[in-house]
Design a protein around this ligand. Sequence first.
Ligand SMILES: Nc1ncnc2c1ncn2[C@@H]1O[C@H](COP(=O)(O)OP(=O)(O)OP(=O)(O)O)[C@@H](O)[C@H]1O
Length: 249
Amino acid sequence: MSDAVLATQNLVKTFGALKATDDVSIDLRPGEIHAVIGPNGAGKSTLIQQICGGLKPDAGRVFLNGQDVSHHDTRARAQAGLGRTFQVSALCMEDTVLENAVLGAIGANRAVWRFWASALKTRELTDRAKAALERVGLSEHHQTRCGNLSHGERRQLEVGIALTLSPRAFIMDEPMAGLGAGGSKKLTELLDGMRAQAPILLVEHDMDAVFALADRISVLVYGKIIASGSIDDIKNSDVVREAYLGQEA
Ligand SMILES: Nc1ncnc2c1ncn2[C@@H]1O[C@H](COP(=O)(O)OP(=O)(O)OP(=O)(O)O)[C@@H](O)[C@H]1O
């Protein structure tokens, strides 16, 4: 775990009698995409929420760059370098692409709020937002109202907003959801190029994307990690086939 950018240690979350995450220890190493897969209700979102600080675990800890952030709230974890995209879009549809990205950049530095009126800070934020939009291929769309973007472009924008935070690690919750083949391909290429900048913990149902991107895969079933390894390890695992992949066939 020592070189892990992000690590969980024995995370447990129960809802009544249900163990949504059951002793989950998982890590994310520099430069990698680590995919977490599992059937509906396996506990993937619950795990992500505990990592990001939206849900308090019953037991276990979360480390970011070796620092115990278990008692940090969501904002403090973001400030410590945890970048996130959401399963449900959090974009402001009435605002332009650039405005959405600048709002994301504000989240990067709380102190900036105090200087929001300052032209210099505004310039810094705008430059950072523009750089992130260029990175995700949305330079042409600065003044486009977010509501007028395609579904795929909104996903690109969400990734761009996460980039404005200069994260040390990304958490992505089903970024391919609802995208057609073209959108998935474009986003897959984008994520592929981002792992060098910050490793990605990727929760994803789209197995084509998972197999195209993952350096490692962990399989979550009934709240437990039942297998973890390379794509081949997972594809050839009888345990996984029985518990999960077999259902997809
Ligand atoms: N707030 C809650 N209260 C009660 N039960 C919950 C709550 N949140 C999640 N659960 C239950 O915990 C289990 C894990 O849910 P979770 O949403 O984490 O699974 P998931 O793997 O993300 O599923 P999906 O792939 O469908 O998004 C499910 O049985 C779910 O019904």
